[in-house]
Write a protein that binds this ligand. Structure first.
Ligand SMILES: C[S@@+](CC[C@H](N)C(=O)[O-])C[C@H]1O[C@@H](n2cnc3c(N)ncnc32)[C@H](O)[C@@H]1O
Length: 246
């Protein structure tokens, strides 16, 4: 991912893109489980250079007319009508991951992402997508991308996938509903680590606190959590991995 500023496929901002066939960078797919972990790509490249799921529907099948099943990988075509139709189907289906431009002002974001998804991962920088022959575009996408999780399992995948960006949980997990009273950061993080037990990834701790009362009062809550982990009774046992000290 890079932060180059020239316009690419997403830089049209309202103009018609020249092609729909921009393939997901393999590193992104690998980070969220790999092609073999998805049951279906309902809008796959017709003559794809690699798999994106175990089953594929291409234009000749018209993925919008087919029954969707299992964990879906969706990087929809870029025409507005098609994005809306594919995102509506994804929201209805409710299981899997979608990769789209982070255009939070659009109708499909308002209707099929914000109220439906369990979590989002706003990717840092801009992706370089690939052409149908597999070659990587030298131009970046021209706009930022976001991964959208439908279902708690895929929210967990996004939280731990390691792709650089901002993870935004949209649904509170059951254990957060128990936060009736609010202690100090040290008390709350210690209590979470005890309940959780074992080794815990930093992203999981962020996620646990993201919708909490304490985080609402502190926009820098992730830095606060890191500070508590570094100065409190916790051991760093790997990159981003923490345990309660013995
Ligand atoms: C942005 S590309 C993504 C390709 C692939 N899903 C990936 O992640 O690499 C969108 C793809 O949707 C395909 N497509 C467009 N309309 C479709 C339709 N009605 N049914 C199935 N595929 C379609 C295009 O041919 C194109 O390959």
């Amino acid at each position: 991912m890079t932060k180059n500023s020239f316009a690419g496929m997403g830089g049209h901002q309202g103009a018609r893109p020249t092609t729909d066939v921009w393939l997901t960078p393999p590193a992104v797919l690998d980070a969220v489980g790999g092609a073999g972990s998805f049951d279906l790509d309902p809008c796959a490249c017709e003559h794809r250079p690699w798999y994106t799921a175990r089953r594929h529907f291409a234009v000749s099948d018209n993925g919008l007319l087919q029954a969707w099943f299992g964990r879906v990988w969706l990087n929809p075509p870029y025409q507005t009508t098609l994005i809306r139709q594919f995102m509506a189907r994804m929201a209805e289906h409710g299981r899997g991951l979608a990769l789209i431009f982070a255009r939070t002002e659009t109708e499909h974001f308002a209707r099929h992402i914000w109220p439906v998804c369990d979590a989002l991962l706003f990717l840092e920088g801009r992706l370089h997508f690939h052409r149908p022959d597999g070659t990587r575009s030298e131009k970046n996408a021209g706009a930022p991308s976001v991964l959208c999780a439908y279902g708690v399992d895929d929210a967990d995948v996004l939280a731990g996938c390691g792709l650089p960006g901002a993870f935004v949980p949209l649904r509170l997990r059951a254990f957060l509903h128990g936060f009736a009273t609010v202690g100090t950061w040290l008390q709350e993080v210690s209590s979470f680590m005890r309940r959780r037990g074992g080794t815990c990834h930093l992203s999981e701790i962020y996620k646990a606190f993201a919708g909490s009362e304490k985080a609402k009062r502190n926009p820098n809550y992730q830095a606060k959590i890191r500070q508590v982990l570094q100065s409190g009774p916790f051991d760093r046992v790997g990159r981003g991995l923490w345990e309660a000290a013995e």
